[in-house]
Design a protein around this ligand. Structure first.
Ligand code: IVH
Length: 665
């Protein structure tokens, strides 16, 4: 026991010293990886010995949803949440309580409750200076750079009657359309899907790379203003002012004078919300007058002047007719429930996702079962419950298939994975077609055509792997039914042109499991030609930023397969790019090796993106926000004052663009 105590003490001392080096001196002496390893070791020892717990242990610093890599800032006003209610009776109780407490007339503002990530924005002199997540309500992550990429959030306000300084809070959301596209992309990559737009939003907003955030097309709705000199004495009137200044305020927001008007609002939006482009999970009621809000005050957790009413997730009863199995591009098998059609949230549901064999087992599904289907925050309905009491005693239990439904091969399941795969990569038709479809997509080789084109070529026996595309003759294609000479030529022309596609996209196009666009870019930058990548071992691969063991093992496995190595050789002979272009290579140096840069403001000589590329090409790293890890801030015009102050405080070197260019000379 004594030795465990000593070990814990020693780890705490060591980690505290590293924390100090990192956060106070901005001079870390061990790698993040080493730090995290020690922290994990300490956390495990503490979990085994709860009697040795200490609130001042370094393990207690990593709290709530706060991401270590963002700067944490204290909220000027705590970010509270709302009490939830589920029935109209509870809404009536809220109304009566407010009426009794105020003992005077009051108005209620009804709003939609948007389902995303809450954010607090600070504006000084009409400029966005800071955007902070809720965090634990007291402190949150400074994600200003990421938030700047959200188009509906004004960086500079319109008009001139805004207060010198104020905060405005709201929700960052991912529209359904963007969410569906993102998940489709992830499904193509056989990456884990986001369960709902809320998770996708919070996953996006915590990305270290603002470029990824920008590509995800987030949106925002603002619903709460705070500050000393707000324009009006009413919440609603302030929101209308905010709208004039350029903020996105929901058009649904409505001022009500009676409980009947409130009920009508709830009733209307309970169904109408299904036609909105973004997810909502309820309604928020707020007392309008700010002075009445002050009189009502707060409990320890919630304001007494506001309440949330949560919509019921819609569910329906139907019957399970059968289970079918789809085979993905990498051979992953997805079970799908075929249901007796039933109306749910305005659409007819015929199928539900069953995720994987564990999910089927957990539900103890039998064919013919009476099942409950639900559409929660997600668009694909799921079976949430089975009514086993009404089950026919002779009904057949659903047993996950053992063989591939398309080619009959015995399925395999990797240890620790929930998914079954068909290992017959080279001969299983949906896998062959899926790989070719992926190869030709716009973000990969950008060859014209889609799944239908692939289907035609496959059925005409013209392609069996992506290499066959490069020997296709337009004359052969034009012999396929419904293919005119012109479209056949277009296809072969675009195939010929695809040999110019750069190396990182060719890597992506190969369709290696878990190697999406971003990972492909990272791999290409670290292994400038495919021979280096093919011979890389686990250690070399995981040394690359953001490449974990799962991805590394998948890359190794891919190149261990002789057919894949032959394919690469074959494609190389057709002239595809398997190394970084000489132009890119000639610009690469290690002058900035290991240095972390934060870029802020606007520049004269080059764009921000060009500067970012220069940093990476010279061995440096870009980061979204200033922290103890930052080495340099590349400051342009209009660098945010909060940022400047922070950088100066930590003692980070601030470079003007001329200084930076000199460093590279
Ligand atoms: S008002 C003190 N209004 O719901 C008032 N919140 O459970 C604070 N939300 O954390 C919040 N739409 O993330 C408010 N129209 C709305 C909202 C809303 C969504 C979220 C927000 C908050 C949570 C409260």
């Amino acid at each position: 026991m004594d030795s465990v105590e000593n070990k814990i003490e020693q780890l705490r001392d060591e980690l505290n010293r590293h924390n100090y080096n990192y956060y106070v001196l901005s001079n870390p002496t061990i790698s993040d990886f080493e730090f995290d390893k020690k922290l994990k070791e300490l956390a495990e020892l503490e979990a085994l010995h709860p009697d040795l717990a200490d609130p001042n242990s370094p393990t207690q610093r990593v709290g709530s949803d706060i991401n270590k890599s963002f700067n944490q800032v204290a909220h000027k006003y705590p970010m509270l949440s709302l009490a939830n209610t589920y029935t109209e009776g509870e809404i009536q109780d809220f109304y009566n309580r407010v009426k009794k407490d105020l003992n005077e007339d009051f108005e209620i503002v009804c709003e939609l409750k948007y389902d995303g990530t809450s954010i607090s924005l600070t504006y000084i002199d009409g400029k966005l200076v800071q955007a902070v997540t809720r965090g634990d309500g007291v402190r949150g992550d400074d994600i200003t750079d990421n938030v700047r990429t959200i188009r509906s959030i004004p960086l500079m306000l319109q008009g001139n009657d805004y207060p010198h300084e104020f905060e405005i809070r709201g929700e960052i959301v991912m529209p359904w359309k963007v969410f569906d596209e993102l998940n489709k992309e992830r499904a193509d990559q056989e990456e884990q899907l986001f369960a709902n737009p809320r998770n996708a939003t919070s996953g996006t907003i915590k990305q270290q790379d603002p470029k990824i955030v920008a590509s995800r097309k987030l949106d925002s709705y603002l619903y709460y203003m705070l500050g000393d000199n707000l324009p009006a004495g009413g919440h609603y009137e302030n929101l209308m002012k905010a709208k004039e200044w350029g903020f996105k305020i929901s058009d649904a927001t409505q001022k009500c004078r009676t409980i009947d008007e409130v009920s009508a609002f709830i009733k209307y939006w309970d169904t109408e919300r299904k036609n909105l482009p973004v997810a909502t999970d309820g309604i928020v009621l707020k007392v309008n007058s700010l002075s009445q809000q002050r009189n009502l005050g707060y409990t320890s957790k919630f304001p007494r002047w506001a309440i949330a009413f949560k919509f019921q997730a819609e569910r329906e009863i139907t019957q399970l007719l059968s289970v079918s199995y789809q085979v993905g591009r990498t051979g992953a098998i997805t079970p799908v429930a075929n249901l007796k059609p039933v109306k749910l949230s305005g659409t007819t549901v015929k199928r539900a996702s069953l995720y994987n064999s564990d999910a089927i087992e957990a539900l103890d599904l039998h064919i013919g079962d009476t099942v409950y289907v639900e559409k929660g925050g997600e668009i694909i309905p799921k079976i949430t419950e089975v009514d086993a009491s009404s089950r026919d005693m002779f009904s057949e239990k659903v047993v996950f298939i053992k063989n591939c439904p398309q080619c009959g091969t015995l399925l395999v399941r990797d240890e620790g994975e929930a998914v079954y795969y068909c290992p017959n990569e080279q001969n299983c038709p949906p896998q062959i077609k899926g790989r070719i479809e992926h190869f030709i997509t716009r973000k990969a080789m950008n060859i014209s055509g889609g799944s239908e084109t692939v289907e035609h070529l496959y059925n005409a026996n013209l392609v069996r792997n992506v290499g066959d595309l490069y020997t296709l003759k337009w004359q052969d294609v034009s012999r396929i039914e419904r293919w005119a000479e012109k479209s056949a030529k277009n296809l072969t022309d675009s195939i010929a042109k695809s040999v110019e596609v750069p190396y990182d996209r060719v890597l992506f196009a190969l369709g290696i499991r878990y190697v999406g666009e971003t990972v492909a870019k990272k791999l290409a930058a670290s292994f400038p030609n495919i021979d280096l990548l093919m011979s890389a071992n686990l250690e070399q691969l995981t040394a690359v930023d953001e490449i974990g063991e799962r991805i590394a093992l998948s890359v190794i496995k891919y190149f261990e397969n002789e057919e894949n190595r032959n394919l690469v050789e074959h494609l190389r002979q057709f002239g595809l790019q398997f190394e970084l272009s000489s132009e890119v290579l000639s610009q690469r140096t290690d002058k900035l090796e290991g240095k972390v840069f934060v870029i802020s403001g606007t520049f004269d000589k080059y764009s921000r993106d060009e500067y970012k590329a220069m940093i990476e090409a010279n061995g440096g790293k870009n980061s979204g926000s200033i922290s103890g890890k930052t080495d340099y801030v590349l400051a342009g015009h209009n660098m945010g004052p909060a940022k400047l102050e922070k950088a100066t405080k930590i003692g980070i070197t601030i470079l003007k663009e001329e200084d930076f260019l000199k460093m590279l000379e």
